[in-house]
Design a protein around this ligand. Structure first.
Ligand SMILES: [Ca+2]
Length: 150
């Protein structure tokens, strides 16, 4: 293959990849440019985090309300009854919640009106509580469902 044909070939592949966008693997749901894995069982915050890392993803963190609304619809249909872990923790400094992915303070947040309240002085992990509107902080060894995002 001469050089111009070779370049055309490469360009075609690059274009095809860009225009096709991201396609999620089997077992993952897609929303815009991200893929989401919804757990079938529950786990502690640490085990949920490890599970997500082991499949090349991270615990769920939200960019905005639209994304949270989509996830909320998914978890309602999956019949999650307790909660869903979020990749946020204040274990380094009480009351300062940061993202597990970059240790930065949250941009978008949706805390329940009385949360985070560090109940009993032992709540350092964030979750969506299915029965509340908004997020709560809870004990990190609680067992919740989780969503991995990549
Ligand atoms: Ca709490």
């Amino acid at each position: 293959m001469d050089i111009s044909r070779h370049l055309l070939f490469v360009l075609t592949i690059v274009l095809a990849k860009t225009t096709a966008g991201k396609v999620c693997q089997k077992g993952w749901a897609q929303f815009k440019n991200n893929c989401y894995y919804f757990s079938s069982g529950d786990a502690t915050f640490k085990d949920a985090m490890i599970s997500c890392i082991s499949i090349g993803a991270g615990l769920l963190e939200f960019q905005n309300k639209i994304e949270e609304t989509w996830v909320d619809l998914q978890i309602k249909h999956r019949g999650y009854t307790k909660g869903v872990w979020l990749g946020y923790s204040d274990i380094q400094k009480e009351g300062r919640y940061v993202s597990m992915s970059n240790a930065e303070e949250l941009g978008y947040n949706n805390w329940h009106k009385t949360e985070p309240n560090n109940g009993g002085g032992i709540e350092h992990c964030a979750a969506i509580h299915v029965q509340y509107v908004g997020w709560v902080d809870v004990h990190c060894t609680a067992k919740f469902n989780f969503v991995c995002k990549k």
